[in-house]
Ligand binder design. Structure first.
Ligand code: ADP
Ligand code: MG
Length: 364
């Protein structure tokens, strides 16, 4: 899926292949309840059955839904996929001091350090997004992000002097990623890298790849609100993905039936700080060192979660106009921005979201 037409076309084709059926609605924003895996009965009697499992990973819950011929196959597939997510958490966590990412902040100071292929992929994607957004997306803002995290816990706005000092230890120009050599270097001590804006989407798609490699053709991995999914559930046209809850007057359906893609959502609905009459998002604008105060929710569809998750945050920081332009510049991505103001709710779909909506309407 390397071009606009192929991306939209393939998805529409996949939507058209199977007969209509109704699957549980999947909401990128909803909280997941933890629980043991279970067998859910299928509406039609195909040879495949639907299985679900939920486990806590990456500071959140991960839910995997898959279709497999029997319980043993499902159990083995769940174990392999969750193990991949555990492996990625050990690499990407900014909470664990022992993670490969955290260790870099001491080992890579003024020194080129070889890192794992996973870490290079995530860091290289993050740096390319930092350049494309003029630093609006910036994983080196760890010190600033940390102050806002403490602020949410204490319910008090961060001290502006502390923010200034944290900001001085940040900046994507201080992170050097050499993808060809597989090395990373940091300029100076006191840096902190935070891939919270991009790591969960990457993990969702990587866990899905493990399932695909095991011959599972229809699965969905949800790392909190970051979704990655393969072929349509048996007897359906696709995974029913809840894209927005702003009504359908805009001509954009709230539910899309999609296959073989990743969908990520960024918004302040779950993590925020209310102070001084304002709501501050957990996404910060590096230029102002402040949590975003605009009520903006961004949903991005892309072939891989690395792109979908990175873009949803980048677009949030850039705001509606520049954010939309960023989505349009990515041939593989489609996006929907929901901007709420006291005057009402504005739904801003990208060209390829409109094309997907039109393709879906033709099939209904
Ligand atoms: P969610 O975690 O709800 O899926 P996002 O994908 O938008 O939402 O990621 C939010 C996280 O991104 C924050 O918790 C923080 O760790 C990180 N972050 C915040 N601001 C930025 C920024 N400007 N650039 C890159 N990462 C950011
Ligand atoms: Mg994101």
């Amino acid at each position: 899926m390397s071009s606009v037409a192929a991306f939209v076309g393939l998805t529409a084709l996949a939507i058209g292949l199977a007969t209509a059926a109704h699957d549980a609605l999947l909401r990128p924003h909803s909280r997941l309840a933890t629980g043991n895996w279970k067998l859910a009965t299928d509406a039609d009697s195909t040879a495949l059955h639907r299985y679900e499992a939920v486990e806590p990973h990456m500071g959140t819950l991960v839910k995997i839904t898959l279709h497999a011929p029997d319980e043993n196959a499902a159990r083995a597939a769940f174990a392999a996929a969750f193990s991949r997510i555990r492996e990625l958490d050990d690499i990407l966590s900014d909470y664990k001091p022992s993670s490969e990412l955290s260790r870099l902040t001491t080992t890579a100071v003024d020194t080129d350090v070889p890192v794992s292929r996973d870490l290079i992929r995530v860091l290289a994607a993050a740096q390319s997004l930092a350049v494309a957004t003029g630093g609006a997306f910036d994983i080196t803002q760890g010190p600033v992000i940390g102050l806002w995290r403490e602020a949410r816990a204490s319910r008090r706005l961060p001290d502006s002097e502390a923010l200034r000092a944290a900001s001085a230890r940040s900046g994507h120009g201080k992170l050097h990623v050499d993808a060809a050599a597989g090395t990373v270097r940091l300029d100076g001590n006191g840096m902190r890298l935070d891939v919270g804006a991009i790591g969960k989407g990457y993990a969702a798609s990587e866990a899905l790849a493990v399932l695909t490699a095991r011959g599972i053709g229809s699965a969905l991995v949800a790392v909190s609100g970051d979704l990655a999914f393969s072929g349509a559930p048996p007897g359906s046209r696709g995974w029913r993905i809840d894209m927005h809850s702003a009504g359908s007057a805009s001509g954009i359906p709230s539910v899309f039936e999609l296959t073989n893609a990743a969908v990520s959502t960024s918004g302040a609905s779950e993590q925020h700080l209310d102070a001084g009459g304002r709501r501050y998002s957990h996404v910060i604008d590096p230029a102002t060192r402040s949590g975003l105060t605009d009520d903006i929710t961004v949903t991005v569809v892309a072939p891989h979660g690395l792109d979908a998750d990175g873009l949803d945050t980048a677009v949030s920081v850039l705001g509606v106009e520049k954010g939309l332009a960023l989505i349009e510049s990515r041939p593989d991505a489609a996006g929907l921005i929901v901007h709420r103001t006291p005057d009402g709710t504005r739904l801003v779909p990208s060209t390829r979201i409109k094309a997907l909506a039109a393709a879906q309407r033709r099939l209904n």
